[in-house]
Design a protein around this ligand. Structure first.
Ligand code: SF4
Ligand code: SF4
Length: 202
């Protein structure tokens, strides 16, 4: 019986101790918010969703090479010298590469921030956006390139034509060099022949 009374008192005492803690916090300043109706501001240096500014990206691929999980895909095309559209990168430097493909698979990204630290033009940055959960993993694959398929096709064609011209020019230069070399060799031979003959006659 004594044990029973002791257990009842212990249970009652436990409730009193628990409620004391509850009551002391009841009148203190709140430290939680009613998310998602209320939310704390995100620090500007938080590492959340990435954003690429295509006009700043020079296609150097440093970000893709340093990414530990290979979730960045970059494809580039050379800007040919006779391209009438000779763009500048937004930081004022001349663009040498078009960037037809710049994709990030956010399903794989671990938000380490390495891509943002190696980017020479600050084209890729973390944003404060963190609420982008979806029902499909496909929706987490984001394409950032601002080039339309038509523009990509046009630039590819220009590059192919330029490379064909370049190849033809190289072949022509090699042919001329070989021709000049054989001419020079023939001339040298012709010049050396009379000397040999005159030595033989002596
Ligand atoms: S934050 Fe890290 S894991 Fe995510 S894309 Fe950049 S380098 Fe890759
Ligand atoms: S985002 Fe930056 S590091 Fe990545 S390809 Fe573009 S310029 Fe290079």
């Amino acid at each position: 019986m004594l044990e029973y009374i002791k257990n009842v008192w212990l249970g009652f005492w436990t409730v009193i101790v628990g409620m004391k803690i509850t009551f002391t916090h009841l009148f203190e300043k709140k430290v939680t918010v009613q998310y998602p109706d209320d939310r704390y501001p995100i620090p500007p240096n938080a590492r959340n969703k990435l954003h690429l500014e295509p006009t700043l990206c020079n296609g150097c691929t440093s970000c893709a090479r340093i990414c530990p999980v290979n979730c960045i895909k970059v494809e580039t095309l050379r800007v040919v010298p006779d391209d009438p559209e000779q763009p500048m990168i937004a930081d004022g430097t001349k663009r040498k590469l078009w960037v037809p493909v710049y994709d990030i698979d956010f399903a794989k990204c671990c938000f380490c921030g390495l891509c943002t630290t190696v980017c020479p033009t600050f084209a890729i940055k973390h944003t404060v956006e963190f609420e982008y959960s979806t029902y499909s993993r496909d929706d987490l694959y984001v394409r950032f390139s601002d080039m339309s398929p038509e523009k990509v096709a046009e630039k590819k064609k220009m590059l192919e034509e330029f490379q064909a011209k370049e190849k033809a020019a190289k072949a022509e230069a090699a042919r001329k060099a070989a021709e000049e070399k054989s001419k020079a060799e023939a001339q040298a031979k012709a010049e050396s022949s009379p000397v040999t003959e005159s030595k033989e006659s002596n």
